[in-house]
Design a protein. Structure first.
Length: 410
């Protein structure tokens, strides 16, 4: 196939092009680049699970718990694409699984890592198509399962230009578990074998995945100078202009025990946000030097899970500006009510789920945000807290049982 040959050639050229930079970074101790070139801590595993970034890592965490509850002796290796995904995986899994970055998808690095991990089954979260890695897995007859598969109209519009390559590749999967009828209708255009595709729903709705105990919550709050009687609003993944709105909200509440933690989507904006806070003569700390000030600015990656656990209320950014919303389920998974703005194009299903179950609320304007947050702060508005309950027919349980079934036949 012309596309696959061109893909392999392009991947090889990219590997050559980045090699000098990668070699320098590896010599400097970069885990990311060491893993990208297949030189990291890749160990033999029964199950290899790939989750691109933070959202996917959180989805697979409950699957990992399910698998280890059924078979504690399982060796699981998790790969990620992003540094935030890596930090999140380290925070959630700790020593439960091996964690590394996915190698570059060239024939050389993909072959090296597949040989090292040599899993009984490969599990891919969402829909990432890495043709060289998949080819190596298929050539070794390693079963590949897609979980939480999705294919938007936009993605389908791109993939249909490589229809033959997609048909050949997807047909070699052992199972394709997809989220919805809409996703399934797009997958079906690639002439898949009968019974390969199954709609099981969205795994992200299954259960909270962040351990929450009162002791842990208080320990995290103490770390940031938040007292037991303080009311903490954590604003996560904020974008430009949203910090101004939140600082205005902070001033409107104007209470001694109301605390605000700002965790911007991109921490390189920290200095810009510091200047914004200083212009308004508001007291603040950076996360590395929290002394009990009423505002804390987060300037490190990988802290948001803990912050949501510590919060009384969460706001998720990208929703008061035309971004389309970031992961509004993250606070829900942590057992914390969530407030977000009207821009939810990227998270429509999550928004409907949250409002249906009264886990949080969407507001239409900054004025409504001020009104609603004040009402919640005063105890006039209450929300439900999501409980940890995994049913036998849940998407996670169905995917987990299929993985265990495949392992038995390996």
């Amino acid at each position: 196939m012309i596309f696959l040959k061109l893909y392999k050639f392009t991947a090889f050229i990219i590997l050559l092009f980045v090699s000098p930079y990668a070699w320098f970074k590896i010599k400097s101790g970069s885990i990311l680049w060491s893993d990208r070139f297949g030189l990291g801590d890749y160990q033999k595993a029964d199950v290899w699970i790939h989750a691109a970034s933070v959202g996917e890592v959180k989805v697979i965490s409950y699957l990992v718990d399910f698998l280890l509850a059924k078979k504690p002796e399982l060796k699981i290796h998790v790969t990620v694409m992003t540094e935030t995904g890596y930090a999140t995986a380290k925070s959630i899994f700790k020593e439960q699984v091996n964690i590394s970055f996915l190698p570059l998808d060239s024939g050389i690095t993909a072959s090296k890592v597949v040989e090292k991990i040599n899993p009984g089954v490969m599990v891919i979260a969402e829909t990432e198509i890495w043709f060289n890695s998949l080819h190596k897995l298929f050539s070794k007859k390693i079963p590949v399962i897609l979980i939480n598969g999705r294919m938007s109209s936009k993605a389908f519009g791109k993939y249909k230009f490589i229809n033959k390559a997609m048909s050949v590749t997807l047909s070699k999967y052992s199972k394709l578990f997809v989220k919805s009828d809409s996703d399934a209708s797009h997958f079906k255009n690639f002439n898949l074998p009968k019974n390969l595709l199954k709609i099981i729903g969205d795994m992200k709705f299954d259960a909270p995945i962040i351990p929450r105990s009162e002791g842990r919550r208080q320990e995290i709050r103490h770390r940031y100078g938040i007292n037991e009687n303080d009311y903490l609003l954590v604003a996560g993944s904020t974008r430009p202009r949203e910090e101004e709105i939140l600082l205005e909200l902070f001033k409107k509440i104007n209470s001694d025990n109301f605390k605000l933690i700002l965790a911007p989507r991109h921490i390189e904006r920290s200095e810009q946000i510091m200047s914004l806070i200083e212009e308004q003569n508001l007291p603040f700390d950076l996360c590395e030097s929290s002394t009990g000030k009423k505002i804390v600015l987060i300037d490190k990656l990988g802290l948001l899970n803990d912050l949501y656990v510590a919060a009384d209320l969460a706001f998720v950014g990208g929703t008061m500006v035309e971004i389309g919303g970031h992961n509004i389920l993250e606070p829900v998974w942590a057992g914390t009510p969530v407030i977000y703005g009207p821009s939810v194009a990227n998270v429509i299903e999550s928004s409907l789920y949250i409002e249906k179950n009264n886990y949080g609320l969407k507001v239409s304007s900054k004025e409504e945000l001020f009104k609603v947050v004040k009402s919640i702060y005063l105890g006039e508005k209450k929300f439900n807290i999501k409980k940890n309950s995994l049913k036998e027919n849940s998407p996670t349980a169905m995917a987990g049982e299929e993985i265990l079934r495949v392992l038995q036949n390996v």
